[in-house]
Structure formats: structure tokens, C-alpha cells
Write a protein that binds this ligand. Structure first.
Ligand SMILES: NC(=O)c1ccc[n+]([C@@H]2O[C@H](COP(=O)([O-])OP(=O)(O)OC[C@H]3O[C@@H](n4cnc5c(N)ncnc54)[C@H](O)[C@@H]3O)[C@@H](O)[C@H]2O)c1
Length: 339
């Protein structure tokens, strides 16, 4: 039985709790959270998608407000770090130095220097540090990765990914809206697709990005063209400029030599494939969520089951590098090289 602690029990902390609870062979034993009203507040809905637990059994958990105390008192195989992004580095390093494996939410950290410190701490400790780039585990996105890698439908000619919503309103102290603590919409939200582009096609040679600013002057939307050696056209857009009633859009179109693949979360976890010949068909996906599948994968690593490699720390760091290049490109109005 893997004994797990969760650090930060807001939206994603409760998502991790739900996933760990569903996973056989794991047990959440402790939570570290500074909100003194966490027991009552955990019954309220949070976040921009469903899945976070609202019925938490606190009677079976040790509750801490001090992470170092939790590390010294609890026997844990791993911690899920679901804290605001600016805390990822310090808390991951502390856990690793205490000999505890870490599943840390994306994005890895605010800066490349912080990512490097996290990687150094993981190497020095011999423990696992895993960054939760959950989109790589999404059944729909994993299926696209599979047929792109296997060239089932030939080469990709064009791919366009979208992630659009309204300003997040649920976060503790509204930290999402503070660029210094969250990295803003580009590092926080759009990185899901940036990291996925890296997963599909490797590191881009350069990026060209364009941005829109909101009424208060902050960046609220970014569009990026990722340049590769060949002439495929790969673009993503991400933003939180939409009005609340827009809800949330996660979608893509991938044009291949012998098929077109289309997905929109609003229609459910299904992938529409339009082949070169014959009728379009829909592939239904497992009902397991990307967050659960990611947790299951992390648990397999801890248990020595050697699951196929889906993400590496170097790739998680490289996603921060690409994001920094996108921000620079959008600010300067220039293409920015990554080689
Ligand atoms: N993978 C995804 O799909 C996804 C979705 C949303 C957010 N995230 C990421 O998850 C992380 C957390 O985001 P969130 O939406 O859960 O934020 P949140 O504000 O809902 O939760 C953060 C929690 O941390 C607690 N906290 C603050 N300081 C603390 C401390 N020192 N010790 C213990 N607890 C502390 C806060 O009280 C709050 O409950 C961020 O890095 C975010 O980018 C990932």
C-alpha cells in the first residue's frame, strides 16, 4: 500500500485526493493545507472542470499546516504537490531531501533555474520527481500521439489546438491573476498544449507568438506558431479572455496525409476520424480521466513496474523554455529561436 500525502488542498489537491482514492493500492494518509477552514471549504465546488472530490473523509487523515512537521512525523511514500506554482520548487525540494517521492502539478516551476534545482534535488535524493503534465495521459490526446508516432495516417500536415476559458476565480488569494506567482495564462493554462506539441513533435526550432491584452493590461490570450524543420503548420491558442458563460473549450484539429482528426471536449471524450476514403467514424475513449491515468502511471513507477516513458523532467523543463520563448516572441513581435 502506497502511503500518500497531499500538499495544497484547493482545486487540484482535491482532484489528486479523488484519484488516489480510486487507485487500488494507495491510501491518502495526510494533508498539508494552510486554510484553517479547509474541512468546511472542501464541500464547495471549485475549478474549471469536474472531478475534484467534494466528500472528503477527514476522519481518516492527519491534517497539517506545516509541511516540515508533516514530513518529519508522517511515513509517506509520496506527496502530491498541488500548491500554487511559485511554491512548487521549494516544496518539491524539501520533500525529495526528506526522501519522499513527488508528483508535482504542472507547470514545473516559474523559472528554468527553479526547474534545474528540482532536477538536481531529485538526482541527489535518488527519489522520483514527476511533473503532472496530465494532457499526455488524456485518452484522446494519447490516441493522437499513438497514430502520429506510428504514422497510421501518414504525416501531420497541420495541427491546431485550442484551450479557452474565462479568468479563474476559485484560487486561494486569487494567486492565478498574479503573474509573479502563476506566470499568467501562458505559463499556467496554455502550457498544457505547448507541452503536448513537444510530446508529439519534439522541441520546436523557434516560435512566433501573438498576444491579446485585457482591459487591465495583462496578457489574456496567446496564439503560437511552432516552427519545425519541415513545413508542417503547428499552432495553439490559449486564453482566459472568454466570458464566464462561454464555459471552457478544449479542442483540436489535426490534418494528416490520410485522415483528419477532430476533438472537442464539449462533445465528450470522443475522437472523430475522417479517413481518406469512406465515412467518418468516432472512437469512444475509456471513461478514466487523464488525472487518474497519470496517478496510476506514477504509482507504477514507484512500485517498480516500469511503465512506458511518457514524460521526463527534461521535457517538463523544456516546456518552460518554450513558454518563455513564446512570451518573448509575443512581447517583441518577433520569431524567437530555441536552438
Ligand atoms: N493539471 C491540471 O489540469 C491543473 C488544473 C488547475 C490547476 N493546476 C495546477 O495545480 C496547482 C494548484 O492549483 P489550484 O487550482 O489547485 O489552486 P488553488 O488555489 O485552488 O489551491 C491551492 C491551495 O494551496 C493552499 N496553500 C497555499 N499556501 C500553502 C502552504 N504554504 N501550505 C499548504 N497549503 C497551502 C491554499 O490554501 C489552496 O487551498 C497550480 O500549479 C496549477 O497550475 C493544474
Amino acid at each position: 500500500m502506497l502511503k500518500v500525502g497531499i500538499v495544497g488542498f484547493g482545486f487540484m489537491g482535491r482532484m489528486h485526493y479523488q484519484c488516489w482514492r480510486e487507485l487500488e493500492g494507495a491510501q491518502v494518509v495526510a494533508i498539508c493545507e494552510t486554510n484553517p477552514n479547509i474541512v468546511e471549504d472542501s464541500a464547495k465546488a471549485v475549478g474549471n472542470f469536474e472531478g475534484a472530490a467534494e466528500d472528503v473523509d477527514f476522519s481518516s487523515l492527519e491534517l497539517y499546516t506545516d509541511f516540515e512537521k508533516m514530513l518529519s512525523e508522517m511515513e509517506m511514500d509520496a506527496v502530491s504537490i498541488a500548491l500554487p506554482t511559485y511554491m512548487h520548487k521549494d516544496y518539491s525540494v524539501k520533500a525529495l531531501e526528506a526522501g519522499v517521492n513527488v508528483l508535482c502539478e504542472k507547470p514545473m516551476a516559474l523559472t528554468i533555474a527553479d526547474c534545474e534545482q528540482m532536477i538536481a534535488a531529485a538526482e541527489a535524493s535518488g527519489k522520483i520527481l514527476f511533473i503532472g503534465h496530465c494532457l499526455r495521459f488524456s485518452p484522446v490526446y494519447a490516441r493522437v500521439k499513438e497514430f502520429v508516432s506510428e504514422r497510421t495516417y501518414g504525416k501531420v500536415l497541420m495541427a491546431m489546438f485550442h484551450r479557452l476559458g474565462s479568468v479563474p476565480t476559485w484560487s486561494w488569494e486569487n494567486w492565478f491573476l498574479d503573474e509573479k506567482r502563476s506566470g499568467g495564462v501562458v505559463l499556467d493554462l496554455h502550457i498544457h498544449d505547448t507541452d503536448y506539441v513537444q510530446y508529439l513533435f519534439g522541441m520546436p526550432k523557434a516560435v512566433s507568438s501573438y498576444q491579446a491584452k485585457g482591459p487591465k493590461g495583462g496578457v489574456v490570450h496567446i496564439c503560437t506558431h511552432y516552427h519545425y524543420d519541415d513545413d508542417k503548420l503547428i499552432t495553439c491558442e490559449g486564453g482566459w479572455a472568454a466570458m464566464p458563460s462561454f464555459d471552457f473549450e478544449e479542442s483540436f484539429k489535426v490534418m494528416l496525409e490520410k485522415a483528419t482528426a477532430v476533438y472537442n471536449l464539449s462533445e465528450g471524450q470522443k475522437l472523430k476520424i475522417c479517413p481518406a476514403e469512406g465515412e467518418a467514424f468516432t472512437e469512444e475513449m475509456t471513461k478514466k480521466t487523464e488525472h487518474f491515468l497519470q496517478m496510476e502511471h506514477f504509482a507504477k513507477i514507484l512500485l517498480g513496474e516500469n511503465p512506458p516513458e511518457i514524460t521526463t523532467l527534461e521535457q517538463s523543463l523544456n516546456s518552460i523554455r518554450i513558454i518563455e520563448a513564446e512570451k518573448e516572441s509575443a512581447a517583441k513581435g518577433q520569431r524567437v529561436s530555441l536552438v
